[in-house]
Design a protein around this ligand. Structure first.
Ligand code: S3P
Length: 443
C-alpha cells in the first residue's frame, strides 16, 4: 500500500461487498485453538498485520498451523502444551496479541518475554500484570508499566491461585487474559467488569467445552470460569463473521457521500460491538439490517446503508464500551452532522493505538473541523460540511488513518492522509473495497 493517500470528494458509493473476518474473534480463535487438544479449523480468518503477530507468536511456542487463503488449521496440545520460546515474542503493534497471549502463557507455565513496537510499548500493561501477580504468576512489566513483559516458568503440577477480580474499567482484552490464566487455577475464578465488554471469549470458550457462568447485576457483568479437568479446550470448527469494526468505515462513508447506497454482507452483529449502529440511527441514518442468523455462536447479518442527512447527538456511558473502537469514524459522522455532538466518559480512548482524543482533535482541526478536546471526550460543532484541504497524520493508528480517508470522500476539498500503510494492520483490503464502490483515492 502507498505511503500517502489523497482522497477526493466524488461519486456516490454503490455496490454489494463482503468484508474480512473479525479481528477480535480471529485472535481468539487462533489462540484458543492452540490451547485445545487436537486440530481446529477456522474459516474466514482475518489475514492482517495484527493477526500475523498472533500466528507468529504461536509458531514460536511450537504450535503447528497452516493458513491457506483465509482458512486456518491449527493443532493444539492442551493448556500446558506450549514449548518454551527460543526468542522474545514480538507482538508488533498488537495489544490484543500481547494481552490475551499473556493470559495463555500464564496458564501454560512456560517462561517468555513479550515485546512490541514503540507504539505497543506505550500501551498500559499493569492492568493485566497486577491481577496475574495476584494469581501467583511471576510476571513483570517495564518501569513505565508497559512492554516488555517477562514471565517466569511454573513447575508442572503447580496450579495458579483462583482469582476474584473486579476490573476497574471494562476491557475485553483484560477480561480475556484473566479468563485464560484462570484455566490453570486450582478452583473456579470470577472476573467482573463494570459494564459488559465484547463477549467473544465467553462465547468461544463455552463452545470449546469450558464451563462459563455469567451474571448481570445492574449494568455490571461477571464471569465464573471453571478450569477444564483434562487441562485442554475442545478443538473447534469456527466460521468467523465479517468485522463490524471494519464495516463501520464503509457504513459511515455511505452515509456522508451523497447518492450512496451499499449492502455489506455477513457482518458480525454481536450487540457488545454494535453501539455505533445505535448512535448512527439516533443521528438519523438510513440503515437496515437483513437476514440475521447465528454463525459459530455469533449473530451475523447484512447491513444496507443509504446516504442520509445526520444530526448531532450525545454519547456516554454504556454505549462507549459497545463502540469503543468506532470513535474515530463516529467523529467523522459527527463532523458531517448538523449540530453539536458530545462524547463524554470515554477516557479509555486515550490508551488505544493513538490518543484517540488528543491526536484526533489535533488532526481534525487541520481540515477545518470545529472540535473541542475534553479529558474524557470531545465536542464537535458542525453545519454539516467539512472544508478539507489539509494533510493529516494518523499517528500509526489504523483506525485514525481509515477514518480520515473516509472524511476526504465528502469534504469540500481533498484530504491527504500520511502513512496509510498502517491500515494493513487490521484491514488490508480497505482501499480496494473503497475503490470497488467508486471512491476516488489517489497516491
Ligand atoms: C479488543 C478489545 C478492545 C478493543 C481492541 C480489541 C479485543 O480493547 O479496543 O481493538 O479483541 O478484546 P479493550 O479491551 O482494551 O477495551
Amino acid at each position: 500500500m502507498l505511503m500517502n493517500s489523497t482522497v477526493k470528494p466524488g461519486k456516490p458509493l454503490r455496490g454489494t461487498i463482503t468484508i474480512p473476518g473479525d479481528k477480535s474473534i480471529s485472535h481468539r480463535a487462533a489462540l484458543f485453538a492452540a490451547l485445545a487438544k487436537g486440530e481446529s479449523l477456522v474459516e474466514n480468518f482475518l489475514v492482517s498485520g495484527v493477526t500475523n503477530a498472533m500466528l507468529h507468536a504461536l509458531s514460536l511456542l511450537g504450535i503447528p498451523y497452516s493458513l491457506t487463503g483465509t482458512t486456518l488449521r491449527i493443532k493444539g496440545n492442551g493448556i500446558r502444551g506450549f514449548q518454551t520460546p527460543k526468542n522474545t515474542i514480538h507482538c508488533g503493534n498488537s495489544a490484543t496479541t500481547m494481552r490475551i497471549l499473556t493470559g495463555a502463557l500464564a496458564a501454560s507455565g512456560v517462561p517468555a518475554v513479550l515485546d512490541g513496537s514503540d507504539g505497543l510499548r506505550r500501551r498500559p500493561m499493569l492492568r493485566v500484570v497486577q491481577p496475574l501477580q495476584q494469581m501467583g504468576v511471576a510476571i513483570t512489566a517495564s518501569a513505565e508499566g508497559g512492554a516488555p513483559l517477562r514471565l517466569e516458568g511454573r513447575p508442572v503440577g503447580m496450579l495458579l491461585t483462583p482469582l476474584h477480580y473486579n476490573l476497574p474499567v471494562a476491557s475485553a482484552q483484560v477480561k480475556t487474559c484473566l479468563l485464560l490464566a484462570s484455566l490453570a487455577a486450582s478452583a473456579p475464578s470470577v472476573v467482573s467488569e463494570p459494564l459488559l465488554s465484547r463477549d467473544h471469549s465467553e462465547r468461544l470458550l463455552s463452545a470449546m467445552g469450558v464451563k462459563i457462568e455469567q451474571k448481570f447485576s445492574g449494568r455490571a457483568h461477571s464471569v465464573r470460569i471453571t478450569p477444564p479437568p483434562n487441562e485442554a479446550l475442545e478443538p473447534i470448527h469456527a466460521v468467523i463473521p465479517g468485522d463490524f469494526s471494519a464495516a463501520a468505515f464503509l457504513i459511515v462513508a455511505s452515509l456522508i457521500v451523497p447518492g450512496s447506497h451499499i449492502l455489506i454482507q455477513n457482518v458480525g452483529l454481536n450487540p457488545t460491538r454494535t453501539g455505533l449502529l445505535d448512535a448512527l440511527l439516533e443521528m438519523g441514518a438510513n440503515i437496515q439490517i437483513h437476514n440475521v442468523q447465528t454463525l459459530s455462536g455469533e449473530p451475523v447479518g447484512n447491513i444496507e446503508v443509504r446516504h442520509s442527512p445526520l444530526k448531532g447527538i450525545d454519547v456516554s456511558g454504556e454505549r462507549v464500551v459497545s463502540m469503543i473502537d468506532e470513535f474515530p469514524i463516529f467523529a467523522v459522522a459527527a463532523a458531517f452532522a448538523h449540530g453539536v455532538t458530545t462524547v463524554t466518559g470515554a477516557e479509555e480512548l486515550r490508551y488505544k493505538e493513538s490518543d484517540r482524543i488528543g491526536d484526533l482533535c489535533r488532526e481534525f482541526k487541520k481540515v477545518g473541523i470545529v472540535i473541542h478536546e475534553n479529558p474524557d471526550g470531545f465536542i464537535i460543532e458542525s453545519n454539516g460540511n467539512v472544508p478539507g484541504n489539509g494533510i493529516v497524520q494518523p499517528y500509526a493508528d489504523h483506525r485514525l488513518a481509515m477514518s480520515m480517508m473516509v472524511m476526504g470522500l465528502a469534504s469540500k476539498k481533498p484530504i491527504t492522509v500520511q502513512d496509510v500503510q498502517i491500515i494493513s494492520e487490521s484491514f488490508p483490503d480497505f482501499l480496494s473495497i473503497l475503490q470497488s464502490l467508486g471512491a476516488d483515492v489517489l497516491d
